[in-house]
Design a protein around this ligand. Structure first.
Ligand code: 9MR
Length: 370
């Protein structure tokens, strides 16, 4: 794996990247600009996506390889090599690394909640198992990783706690206990984040604010709020995003936009990133540009949406530590398969050939307007 990471870090730059300004350099002094490494990129050091990653991002998140189910699909099976490669690549490129994610109701295998006989664990036993995972993370990657998504998505839109397996076994203090465990096991330089989607929902926003205040009053460390940013073309309103950023920042934490992408094709029935939602089938109606050629008018609409979002983010830059795109290019972004499988969607700043789109240049311009 050492060679793999070395090769990856010395990937040649494509012709495009020599001429194009670096995104993270443009935003220097405002906030970090991040992207993700997928498992397939980590497995293929010559993936052309590395040209974009090396040049435009100064922060990196692992899209999937650090999830509990990927690392430990069974109690005895361990898959840590891709995380090792991720950490090695990002460290060599001096990118601020994100540990995604310690505890999430999704992508956590059933064995985590059970004893060897298949019986549900007690609260204490599950907390001990969570601590073991945090200790492993700290020991193996704690020195290199800066930001940690400690808990993902434990608050619902109405502000109540998600009725996850964690919540059912541990109780309403699952998130609090997770942060206690993280602050006791991860090194002092680690920044601890709560990460969620649809953070403009008033119920969720207010509950997050109340949670941060509660943790702070109890002396529990929490350093940042991650707003995932899986947004649509017409929702949410940038004013509502700004209001949530301001509300979180007012509690004394930094805001991170952790998983930004814009779903050009849209979702008929719901909003957010609920991966449990029923998947639909691609049809000519919901998949209008299967060959990847977007009409100029649509490209322009997309660029305008990115521009308005970044104009707002730049205005809020004092509160924002990092803006991370969820992926590298449209080619592999998760929205090609959510909520409809097998669509040709358009969501990021680089097209399927890793070329910067008109939206890229609009975003770049916003950095100069400060
Ligand atoms: O992009 C990720 C996709 O490849 C995975 O199949 C999916 C399930 O693990 O997770 C996606 O990333 C999610 C992230 O980890 C947490 N927030 C929502 C993201 C999109 O579903």
């Amino acid at each position: 794996m050492a060679t793999l990471a070395l090769v990856a870090s010395s990937c040649s730059k494509g012709p495009e990247t020599n001429a194009t300004p670096s995104l993270h350099e443009a935003f220097d002094g405002l906030f970090l600009i991040g992207g993700t490494l997928s498992d397939s990129m980590l497995e293929n050091p010559s993936d052309p996506g590395y040209n974009v990653v090396a040049k435009h991002f100064n922060s990196l998140s692992p899209e999937n390889c650090m999830k509990w189910g990927r690392m430990n699909p069974t109690p005895t099976e361990t898959h840590y090599e891709l995380v090792d490669s991720f950490v090695r690549y990002g460290s060599q490129n001096q990118q601020a690394l994100v540990g995604h994610t310690l505890f999430w109701h999704s992508q956590t295998p059933d064995w985590v909640y059970q004893d060897a006989a298949g019986k549900e664990l007690s609260r204490e036993a599950l907390l001990a198992r969570m601590r073991e995972r945090a200790e492993l993370m700290a020991k193996r990657w704690g020195d290199e990783i800066l930001y940690w998504d400690v808990v993902n998505e434990s608050i619902l839109g109405d502000g109540s706690w998600r009725k996850s397996k964690y919540q059912q076994i541990i109780g309403d203090d699952f998130t609090e206990q997770a942060f206690r465990i993280a602050s006791e096991t991860l090194p002092p330089h680690a920044k601890l984040l709560y990460n969620d989607y649809s953070m403009t929902d008033p119920g969720r926003r207010d509950a997050v604010v109340a949670m941060v205040k509660d943790f702070k009053s109890k002396g529990i460390r929490i350093d940042g709020i991650g707003m995932q940013g899986h947004w649509l073309m017409d929702f949410p309103d940038t004013a509502d995003i700004a209001a949530s950023i301001a509300a979180f920042a007012a509690t004394g934490v930094k805001v991170h936009i952790t998983e930004l992408d814009i779903d050009l094709l849209g979702r008929a029935a719901f909003f957010g990133a609920n991966v449990d939602a029923e998947k639909l089938v691609a049809t000519p109606e919901n998949n209008p540009y299967p060959d990847g050629n977007l009409p100029a008018s649509e490209e322009e609409r997309f660029a305008q949406r990115y521009q308005e979002i970044f104009e707002m983010l730049v205005q809020q830059a004092d509160h924002i530590e990092r803006v991370t795109f969820w992926g590298v290019s449209d080619k592999t972004n998760w929205l090609n398969n959510f909520p409809v499988r097998g669509r040709t969607n358009f969501s990021l700043l680089f097209d399927r050939n890793f070329q910067p789109k008109p939206a890229f240049y609009r975003v770049l311009e916003t950095a100069k307007k400060r």
